[in-house]
Design a binder for this molecule. Structure first.
Ligand code: FES
Length: 140
């Protein structure tokens, strides 16, 4: 310890700050929570009506929250369905914005083909088969 006390204070500040930084670093680098281990229960079955196909814009998508399904339309007439359950920790994705499916919980974003654009989601969204019948979308 130095006689003027300044060195000692500085050393304590450095050690204290280092401890806080180390804790923050460890917290920031912690692995994301494991995905649910129980297979999610799919809501709805083949033939369950989702809604009008017109609700799904070309180059975008729509989240059918009640049935936990998100449907995208990457190109005109091409509808792709996915489970709306985020592969990170299971939140239901909230919207499709600027061509990306967005999870509100931790910010994961998926492309219109269901692949991960930005984590922490570790895997693509699970596909759900959908079809268009008389202008409406339904589970296939
Ligand atoms: S549940 Fe964490 S990003 Fe979706």
């Amino acid at each position: 310890m130095q006689a003027d006390g300044i060195g000692a204070v500085s050393r304590r500040a450095v050690v204290g700050t280092g401890g806080v930084l180390a804790a923050a670093t460890l917290a920031g680098c912690a692995a994301p929570p494991a995905p649910p281990t129980v297979a999610p229960t799919a809501v709805g079955s083949a033939g369950t009506r989702l809604g009008p196909a017109a609700d799904v814009p070309v180059g975008g998508g729509h989240v059918f929250t009640d049935l936990e399904v998100v449907v995208t339309q990457p190109s005109a007439g091409e509808f792709r369905g996915f489970s709306a359950e985020c592969t990170h920790t299971g939140c239901i994705v909230g919207s499709v914005t600027d061509g990306l499916i967005v999870c509100p919980c931790h910010g994961s974003r998926y492309r219109l083909d269901g692949t991960v654009a930005d984590g922490p989601a570790p895997r693509p969204l699970r596909p759900r088969a959908v079809r268009q019948v008389d202008g409406n979308l339904e589970l296939a």
